[in-house]
Design a protein around this ligand. Structure first.
Ligand code: MLT
Length: 408
């Protein structure tokens, strides 16, 4: 008898950004004369940097010749890219990560959704609340999260670690000990970032309790403050307790091109000594045929001197938007967080408005799309996220509109 996976059937609603996309499409259809500005999903708007475009063209040309044509890519990634990653993202920061601990993939979203497959169904996961929804959803799909309570919007086996104004958006250690701890810093959605000493405390905690940290560093390029670590491996002992996920989407604009990677150090073992590196390699070998050569060449271009300069330009372009949003909304009386080490601004909704109510208000009265904080978890209620990934013009216009309709 054919039976659908019951775990999937238990997922409430659709994926957050699909829900928003549907609402916005319906609004646009009903109001075709309105110019709706999207600062909702964290999708980039600047074109790919010239050195990346050049690398893409030349890799395409290689595909046209019998001598240089490439078929299947190595499933863990081409050596030229893994070497560039190890040198530039880790060794240059004093992190002891070697190229064969790096797994190139088609993006950080798939890696952050798939990585839970190497853990037993019995493992308890802990997430920051609010949280990037992929971490929880992918564990629901794996049957690891217990029952859903629609009242509290919580899963019974998930350990939620509130990140609020009160704790400076840094999670406290939970009462129950988790097996797998998800940490995203700089954080999506709050736009705040952990200081090195805070992250070191988490690394020490994970080592003491034999837990693993899945560290999502997709927004690393946006760090502007000295005491914020770019990689978890800057913390001592992290190679034995942490997996790190990185993206080319937010720094180099690969949201449509797709490329990312995950680091699984060889020193990382489960309680019985099984090496997680081998399990993730086994998973890649079976389920993945490697990121395309063309994309990997484009990824390597990101690490060239021109590529690095161009990426700094992209990051500062978006961070100008972050500053426009922060200043504009603070002047209008909003309480704003983030936007200093991350391309997200997290604002308190005015007058205790519910975040979906504020979403409707923004869409209908300002024609601006943002993301309701409640979509990221119970502690996101009463907050709203705006991204800095728009154009300068749209960002300035959106801020102006929000100020005009401000209900304060
Ligand atoms: C977001 O808006 O949270 C991100 O763009 C989603 C993603 O990167 O998958």
């Amino acid at each position: 008898m054919l039976k659908a996976n019951p775990n999937y059937l238990r997922l409430p609603g659709s994926y957050l950004f699909s829900t928003i996309a549907k609402k916005v499409a319906a609004y646009r259809e009903a109001n075709p004369d309105r110019n709706v500005i999207s600062l909702g999903i964290g999708d980039v708007t600047r074109p790919l940097p010239p050195s990346v475009i050049k690398a893409l063209h030349s890799a395409v040309d290689e595909m046209a010749s019998e001598e240089t044509f490439k078929g299947y890519a190595p499933d863990l990634g081409y050596e030229f890219l893994r070497r560039a990653i190890a040198e530039n993202d880790f060794k240059s920061r004093g992190c002891d990560i070697s190229e064969d601990e790096i797994f190139v993939s088609d993006g950080a979203k798939s890696d952050s959704g798939n990585i839970q497959e190497i853990f037993d169904e019995s493992c308890r996961i802990a997430v920051c609340d609010p949280v990037y929804p992929v971490y929880v959803d992918s564990n629901v799909m794996a049957g690891r999260t217990g029952d859903y309570d629609p009242q509290s919007e919580r899963w019974s086996r998930v350990i939620y670690m509130p990140c609020t104004e009160a704790n400076g958006f840094v999670p406290a250690f939970p009462e129950e000990i988790p097996d797998v701890i998800y940490i995203c810093s700089p954080n999506n959605p709050t736009g705040t970032a952990m200081k090195k000493e805070d992250l070191q405390r988490w690394v020490d905690y994970a080592r003491e309790h034999r837990s693993v940290i899945i560290f999502d560093a997709a927004y690393e390029a946006y760090i502007s403050e000295e005491d914020v670590p770019h990689s978890i491996y800057e913390c001592s002992g992290a190679e034995s307790c942490a997996i790190e996920i990185r993206s080319f989407s937010k720094n180099a604009g690969f949201t449509g091109t797709r490329l990312g990677y995950t680091v699984v150090p060889k020193a990382l073992k489960d309680a019985e000594g099984a090496q997680l590196h081998g399990l993730w390699a086994r998973r890649h070998g079976t389920k993945f045929n490697g990121a395309p050569y063309i994309q990997q060449k484009a990824g390597a271009a990101v690490y060239t001197p021109e590529g690095r300069r161009e990426i700094r330009g992209l990051v500062s372009y978006y961070m100008e938007n972050a500053s426009t949003i922060r200043k504009g909304l603070a002047d209008a009386g909003y309480k704003v967080y983030g936007g200093v080490n991350a391309p997200y601004i997290w604002l308190r909704t005015p007058e205790g408005m519910k975040s979906w109510e504020f979403f409707d208000h923004m869409l209908e009265d300002a024609n601006v799309v943002g993301t309701p904080g409640a979509g990221f978890g119970p502690s996101g209620e009463g907050y709203f996220r705006l991204t800095a990934f728009g154009t300068h013009e749209n960002t300035a216009e959106a801020v102006e509109r929000i100020r005009r309709i401000s209900v304060r």
